[in-house]
Design a protein around this ligand. Sequence first.
Ligand code: DHB
Ligand code: FE
Length: 317
Amino acid sequence: MARIVAGIGSSHVPAIGAAIDNGKTEEPYWKRVFSGFVKSQEWMRELKPDVAIIVYNDHASAFSVEMIPTFALGCAVEFPPADEGWGPRPVPVVQGHPALASHIAQSVILDEFDLTICNKMEVDHGMTVPMNLLFGKVDKDAHWPCPVVPLAVNVVMYPPPTGHRCFMLGRAIRKAVESYPEDLKVVIFGTGGLSHQISGPRAGLINSKWDKSFLDNLSKDPQKLVKIPHIDYMREAGAEGIEMVMWLVMRGALDDKADEIYRFYTVPASNTAVGHIILANRPRGAAKKAATKSKRPAVKHKRAAARVKSAVRRSKR
Ligand code: DHB
Ligand code: FE
């Protein structure tokens, strides 16, 4: 049986990709941003997932404003990097996992989530930047460490799906993965956000209080987040803060109780508050035991790095 072992939340700021592609990662401005992903890359190297499901949004690269699917699942063999105006990023073509993707499409659509099936699709910074942040820089002629099932969510044209719909889609994806017969270790990414607005009178808006509370609730009480209406995201987190609903697909695909094993937050990168979190599912069977134990102590950011190793061991079991 395939199983989702962990969920990763990560911003996808395009300038982060440009910093990598143009050799600027050691500059102090960018070093601050990349420093928050060093431990995560170590964690990912140790975990060695078989597949990553990446929930991201297309920024009018694969889809134009003429046609915008609400949820689009990539079922192709491969996904080339899109030309976003200055040529495609110098990153490898992303390999797909058509067998798992088709299985997810069947399971989720029969569960009444009407996905668009994409058998040909280019992918933009929304996907390749979080891949770099978690997998590191990968030479254009090399290979990403694992195949990817992309799930593109419309957050660029009103109306995007609700947070609740996203969360429930995550649940349906978890069910789909767990009914896939091959033993696969799967991770799921929720990308985008956190607070940012890139145009209009409020351009440059960042709301750290909102972001941090979102991360706290994502970790411990996601039901609080599923009720947040679009207007609150817009008001509190800026027009592009709506990207945060994609993190709820990731959270819905995890067990109700998941362990926060890492968190990072920095302001700004380009116009955006960069957020990053790793949540690991407990090994099956252990979840029940833990529920009967007294309350677990809160995970402190400073100690997160030290916890990464033991959490990896647990998530591998
Ligand atoms: C920025 C952030 C985004 O998420 C995006 O898609 C485009 C630009 C920014 O911070 O500049
Ligand atoms: Fe974006």
